[in-house]
Every structure is written in C-alpha cells, then in structure tokens.
Write a protein that binds this ligand. Structure first.
Ligand SMILES: Nc1ncnc2c1ncn2[C@@H]1O[C@H](COP(=O)(O)OP(=O)(O)OP(=O)(O)O)[C@@H](O)[C@H]1O
Ligand SMILES: [Mg+2]
Length: 394
C-alpha cells in the first residue's frame, strides 16, 4: 500500500485530488492537511510514503513544510503542486531546495498524477538492491587493502598473497587479489595459477561489468579470486592501464567483493597514487636487509602522509626479522618514526619451498612462525574494521 497525504490550498481541493486517484487501489489516503503547519505535522507524525503538497498553503508555505518534513520525516517523498501550468524554473529550483521529488501543476491529469505517485513510491524499492546493504551495514562495507613497499623484492607479494588467503579463509568467496607487476615473484607464481595478463585484457573492454570482470579472474583452490598482472611492453610499461580504467575496475570489484587486496609497487604513477589514495588500508612492507630499504620506507611513509593519507590507514609491516640480519626493529623505528604493526620472521626454507610449490605458507606451513605472524596481522586488520567490536572508523 502507498500511504498518501494530501494537502489543499483552497477548501475542497484535497477531495478533488483524492478523486483523481480513485482508481489507484494501492493508495491509502492517511490524511488531509488544510494548512502548511498541518501538512508538516502530519508528515512528521504519520510518515506517509508520498505527500502531495501545494506550494502555497495557508500558514507556513508548502515549500517550507516540505523542507522541514525532509528532515523530520525523510521516509516521505514530497510532490509539490503549483498553480503554474507552464514549466517554471524558479519553482523547480525552490522545490528541489526544499527536498521535493517532483513538481506538478494542479491542472495535471489523473493519469500523470497516478504515474507520479506510483513512481515516487517505488523509489523506496532501492532498499531491495544488493548495494543497499553494502552502504548501510558497516559489517558489509567493502575494504580495499593496498600492499606496497619502497623496494623490489622486499616481500610485498609474499605478504599480499598470504594476507588474501587468510582473509579468504574467514570470508569465503569475498576476497579478490589484484596483482600489479612484480620482478622477483608474482602472485600467479606463488599461487601456482596460470599467468594470463587479466588486467591488460580486461582493459580492452570499453565498459566493465561485474560478470565480465569475474570472467577474467582466476580461482585458487582455496577459493581466493585473483586478477593477474598487466602485461608489460619491452620498456616495462603497462600501456593500456589508465587511472580511469582502474577507477572503474575498483568500483566494480567493490560491488562484488568485501575485500580487494592490491599487490602494488608505489612507483607506477599515477596508477599507484590512485590505488593508495583509495585504499582503506595501506600496508607498507619493509625488511631488515639493507639501509637503503629502511630509508626508502621512511620516505615512502612521509610521502603517503604528504598525500593526505590519514596515518590510521597505514600499517608498517617489517619482513625478514632475524637477529643475524644487519638491521633491527629499533633501526626501523628510529629511521621511520613509525611503530611496526607486525613483524614477519625470516624463514628462507619455508618461503622458498612455498614459492617452488606454489602453495602460500599460511596453507602449506600453517604452523610456521611466518604463517602465524601473517594470520595474526590478518586478525588485527579484521578486528579494526568498521562494524567489528573495538573497531575505529576508517
Ligand atoms: N620472510 C621471508 N623470509 C625469507 N624469504 C622471504 C621472506 N619474505 C620474502 N622472501 C623472499 O624474498 C623474495 C622477494 O619476495 P616478494 O616476491 O614477496 O617481494 P616483492 O616485494 O613482491 O618483490 P617485487 O618487487 O619483485 O614484486 C622472494 O624470493 C621471497 O621468497
Ligand atoms: Mg611482488
């Protein structure tokens, strides 16, 4: 049923309007308001689905009533009725400012009035769209995580892949890992998946739809979805990938997946900047093997802050911790002025074995210290998401 409220500028008008809608069996008139204050009161008290409000009512104007009701009863959609029969831009502008959904002349036909009431009442059906839950339930909000690092070979892909697998274990079917160029080891290799240049081939399409994007995703045996790295030309460029394409891709993936994990080096401008700026969480991976990496990490963290990324959206993860390594956590803290959120131990045999077999450590060696450290990091990330207990909003 459509709950309808009708107002009138002159005695008798409300009944006239009601008569026009007589054929609409789905309409229930919940009230007749005879002045501006009354229509505003009735909207606030009765929360009708649709209110037909004359622009000039006795007392306060219909526009003022509509404006207040837009705040007091946001559930109600107002249609402003005017005495003008011509299109009147000023009236339209005023009605829009007051929050009305439509403007109709009083002389409008019964058919147009019926259609307008029906269409406007239908707007509420957007609550049935799958996206409605995504925007209203914090526990369903899509989360984009960018895993990056100042240097090649620092452990970005190791962290991104294992993190994505851990997320997949908890959020089955809701995780996609996007590979963005690596030198030493890429995502497909670490997961033993075919390397098909998914990102490049997908970029050839003018419009991206979720179904189309999904047809380019590889599925790992654990259920994780993977979009393969773009193919590079002989100069290492990924020509077809533009920021506009990336923006569209991210928009589509956010509709279909809860977690989108990017494995992305920071230096492929402007693409990296775009991904990092849109990420809910940027994981900066560093390691303890050389001073250049630690200094580069400090510079990368500074540049993220300079780009206005809030510090609570950044996590520093120190990879390859081992007492024999030349640098320590204290050196990282001193150089970066950041407190690491996680430490991942160095474990060459386990990591090398995982790469050779194409089985990430969290699956192939779940009891190893390295796997445990990534599981712990994943738990922390999940605990801090909006909608979780102890969460802070990002
Ligand atoms: N904690 C660790 N212990 C031992 N070896 C590690 C560890 N983390 C990474 N490695 C090794 O270091 C190498 C580089 O790691 P990875 O490919 O994850 O780095 P990356 O930052 O993604 O590199 P690229 O810049 O090429 O993308 C790999 O051979 C990997 O096996
Ligand atoms: Mg890599």
């Amino acid at each position: 049923m459509i709950k309808l409220l009708i107002s009138e500028n002159e005695p008798g008008q409300a009944e006239e309007i009601a008569n026009k809608l007589d054929d609409m069996k789905e309409v229930e008139v919940v009230g007749y308001a005879r002045d501006g204050l009354e229509v505003a009161q009735m909207m606030a008290q009765l929360s009708p689905d649709v209110a037909l409000v004359h622009a000039e009512l006795p007392g306060i104007s219909g526009l003022d009533a509509c404006q207040m009701a837009a705040i007091a009863s946001p559930e109600t959609a107002c249609v402003i009725l005017t005495d003008n029969s011509e299109e009147d831009n000023k009236a339209l502008r005023q009605a829009m400012q007051a929050g009305a959904r439509a403007v109709l002349p009083m002389t409008t036909s019964a058919e147009t009035l019926e259609n307008t009431v029906r269409e406007i009442a239908k707007l509420k059906e957007c609550k049935n769209r799958p996206e409605y839950e995504l925007i209203t339930d914090p526990a369903k909000m899509p989360v984009t995580i960018a895993v990056t690092g100042a240097k090649g070979g620092i452990g970005k892909t190791t962290v991104a892949t294992n993190l994505a697998v851990c997320l997949q274990q908890q959020f089955a079917g809701e995780v996609v890992l996007v590979d963005f160029i690596g030198q030493y080891g890429d995502v497909a290799l670490m997961l033993d998946l075919p390397q098909n240049g998914g990102l490049t081939e997908l970029a050839a399409h003018e419009e991206l739809e979720l179904d189309l994007v999904e047809s380019y995703l590889e599925t790992h045996s654990c259920g994780l979805k993977v979009l393969s790295a773009p193919q590079q030309d002989e100069n290492g460029n990924t020509n077809r990938i533009t920021t506009a394409y990336l923006a569209e891709l991210l928009g589509v993936l956010r509709r279909g997946y809860r977690f989108i994990v990017f494995d992305i080096p920071p230096l492929i401008e402007p693409l990296s900047s775009y991904v990092l700026s849109r990420a809910n969480l940027v994981i900066v991976v560093t390691y303890l093997l050389d001073l250049a990496a630690i200094r580069g990490t400090a510079a990368l963290l500074d540049s993220l802050i300079d780009k206005k990324l809030p510090s609570e959206r950044i996590k520093l993860v120190v990879n390859r911790t081992a007492s024999r390594n030349p640098f320590s956590i204290a050196d990282v803290r001193q150089a970066t002025k950041w407190m690491p959120s996680a430490q991942i131990p160095e474990d060459v045999p386990t990591v090398a074995g995982a790469v050779n077999e194409g089985i990430p450590v969290v699956l192939g060696a779940p009891n190893s210290r390295i796997a445990q450290s990534i599981s712990k990091l994943t738990k922390e990330i999940i605990a801090e998401l909006p909608g979780q207990t102890g969460a802070h909003n990002r």
